[in-house]
Design a protein around this ligand. Structure first.
Ligand SMILES: *Cc1c(COP(=O)(O)O)cnc(C)c1O
Length: 393
């Protein structure tokens, strides 16, 4: 059987054994409704409360600042639409974000633009980072919200969130960060960062899919997301996903416990892969090498299509990504790569490989053995490559 190397952990991760074990009882014996007053309900309620406490602790938040939701997209939607509504009540209809946000943010902002909001998208420079002084310059009297992602899902760059949040605070503007790629991967302390709202998603840190959370700082009163019962302090109605939140909490605790050691290992693997792939003629790394997630490799190989590379890698057993999962299948190059100034034809030749605690040095060896010959083969068939070479002579 051909070896499989899963190198797409930014898209999703495997459920950890520990999280799965923690979830099992809530999928079988403990099935009470947490809103019920009898014993079965009380047991379920305890599990939800404990999960909320555990997650709050991992983020240095209070339990009543954590709202359980269906995932990162829902958290981003609620934070942004909610803050927009709060702003609108005070006549503020301007929002600042950045060009390389996840579509859960960008498409929500497009929706708000159709409803009379004005949106300023900050440039992301070639290093994949926004500039604090550019944020400050974009703030207006009527700015209702600033939303800037913590770590980018494609190029893995880590924004100076603490500095950006401090600027927002100085000007009295609500600050939200999509921290879906950061939570469980790098240390996240909401108090230290000084953010007002922060999105997280369980399946990005080895928890189950379809569950996430939004941290909402005490003092911010978001409008209802779902009307109905009293769940999530009356703001997001619906019987809780008990197994889901239990699994998310267990996975986050585990991720935080292993973080330091795991990241040291991942950084070493990442750097070895990058250094060796950079030996390929006309290759480049996308995004800053230092302010970068430990498991993120995003590279361009001129003259080939990322899509072809991805499919060839899959035949060799390697699961990678060209652009984000949401855009694969479309022929548009990634908006993230365009935002850092890559020309269309270069952005097309990019590939993302993202690693987790599950990956090993052998996986890197395997990729280093299989990938360069594929690039050679694809280039030998590429008219684009021929042109590049000719122009050089
Ligand atoms: C995956 C991801 C999301 C969406 O999270 P879901 O739980 O899949 O809805 C949002 N933002 C970023 C940065 C992501 O990587």
């Amino acid at each position: 059987m051909i070896k499989r190397v899963y190198a797409d952990n930014a898209a999703t991760t495997r459920l950890s054994e520990r999280a799965f074990e923690a979830m099992k009882p809530y999928m079988t014996e403990i099935y009470g409704n947490p809103s019920s007053l009898y014993t079965e309900g009380v047991e379920a309620r305890k599990a939800v409360d404990k999960a909320r406490e555990d997650i709050a602790k991992c983020l240095n938040a209070q339990p009543n600042e954590i709202f359980f939701l269906s995932g990162g997209s829902e958290a981003d939607n609620w934070a942004i639409k909610g803050a927009a509504e709060l702003g609108e009540r005070k006549g503020k209809k301007h929002i600042i974000s950045s060009k390389f946000e996840h579509h859960a943010v960008l498409h929500t902002l497009e929706y708000l633009e159709k409803h009379g909001f004005e949106v300023t998208l900050l440039d992301v420079h070639e290093d994949g980072l926004v500039r604090p002084e550019e944020l400050e310059a974009a703030i207006r009297e009527d700015t209702a919200l600033i939303t800037i992602m913590y770590a980018n899902n494609e190029i893995g760059t880590i924004q100076p969130i603490k500095e950006l949040a401090a600027i927002a605070k100085k000007h009295g503007v609500v600050f939200h960060t999509d921290a879906v790629q950061a939570v469980g991967t790098i240390p996240v302390d909401v108090k230290e960062l000084g953010v007002d709202m922060l999105s997280l998603s369980s399946h990005k840190f080895h928890g189950p899919k379809g569950v996430g959370a939004l941290y909402v700082r005490k003092g911010i009163r978001l409008p209802n997301l779902v009307h109905g019962g009293a769940q999530e302090r009356g703001l997001r109605a619906g019987t809780e996903n008990i197994a889901g939140v239990v699994g998310m909490a267990e996975a986050l605790k585990e991720s935080v416990e292993v973080m330091d050691e795991r990241n040291k290992r991942l950084e070493k693997m990442r750097d070895r892969l990058i250094d060796n792939l950079l030996k390929i003629d006309r290759s480049r790394i996308n995004g800053d090498r230092v302010h970068r997630l430990p498991g993120n490799v995003n590279m361009c190989f001129q003259g080939i299509e990322g899509e072809s590379l991805l499919l060839s890698l899959d035949l060799k057993g390697v699961a990678a990504s060209s652009g984000s999962a949401c855009t694969s299948g479309s022929l548009d190059p990634s908006h993230v790569l365009l935002s850092i100034g890559l020309p269309h034809e270069v952005a097309h030749g990019s590939i993302r490989m993202t690693f987790s605690t599950e990956n090993t040095e052998e996986d890197i060896d395997y990729i280093l053995a299989e990938l360069p010959p594929i690039v050679d083969r694809l280039r030998s068939m590429s008219p684009l490559w021929e042109k590049i070479i000719k122009n050089d002579k």
